[in-house]
Design a protein around this ligand. Structure first.
Ligand SMILES: [Zn+2]
Length: 163
């Protein structure tokens, strides 16, 4: 079982690029990257120094329940290409540690799955968590600030569905 890293859906990014409001009903804030750790959750690349980006409240879930946490994310201010689902660690995951947490298909936290791991252990930990049939997906969050980074799903199952 291989873990695949997934970016936020393009339909969400496009909505913000077209002036849509965020999860709190507010317009995204505009900022210019100073080159220091501004990860775009759509292309899963860093926003380079001098490039514009959006800061907005995002809830990376389809539904709403007590576990569907909302928090801040960054997004390129102008259109970027959504990262293809990949087995390799995305460029944005360049911090030393991340918080990984498993969710059920009903988008609820699975007790005991949450924990902080070193960057080098992300894929291994995700594969272990996804080995639990109750875990539908694993979310990667900033260990320091709890910001949503990207999602991890079962790569092999996704390709089986596609082919
Ligand atoms: Zn981007």
């Amino acid at each position: 079982m291989k873990p695949g890293f997934v970016a936020i859906p393009s339909e969400d990014a496009v909505r913000f690029w077209r002036g849509g409001v965020d999860a709190y009903g507010r317009l995204p804030e505009h900022a210019i990257s100073d080159g220091g750790g501004v990860p775009c959750r759509h292309c899963l690349k860093m926003v380079q120094a001098g490039d514009a980006y959006l800061i907005l409240a995002y809830r990376p879930f389809a539904g709403v329940n007590p576990y569907t946490e909302t928090g801040p994310i960054f997004l390129h201010a102008s259109r970027c290409q959504r990262a293809v689902m990949q087995e390799e660690l995305p460029e944005i995951l360049d911090s030393e540690r991340y918080l990984l947490r498993g969710y059920s298909g009903a988008e609820r936290i699975i007790e005991g799955t949450g924990g902080v791991v070193a960057r080098s252990e992300i894929s291994g930990r995700a594969a272990y968590l996804l080995g639990n049939p109750n875990v539908a997906f694993v979310d990667v969050r900033s260990a320091a600030n709890n910001c949503f980074q990207c999602r991890i799903v079962r790569l092999d199952q996704v390709s089986e569905r596609i082919t």
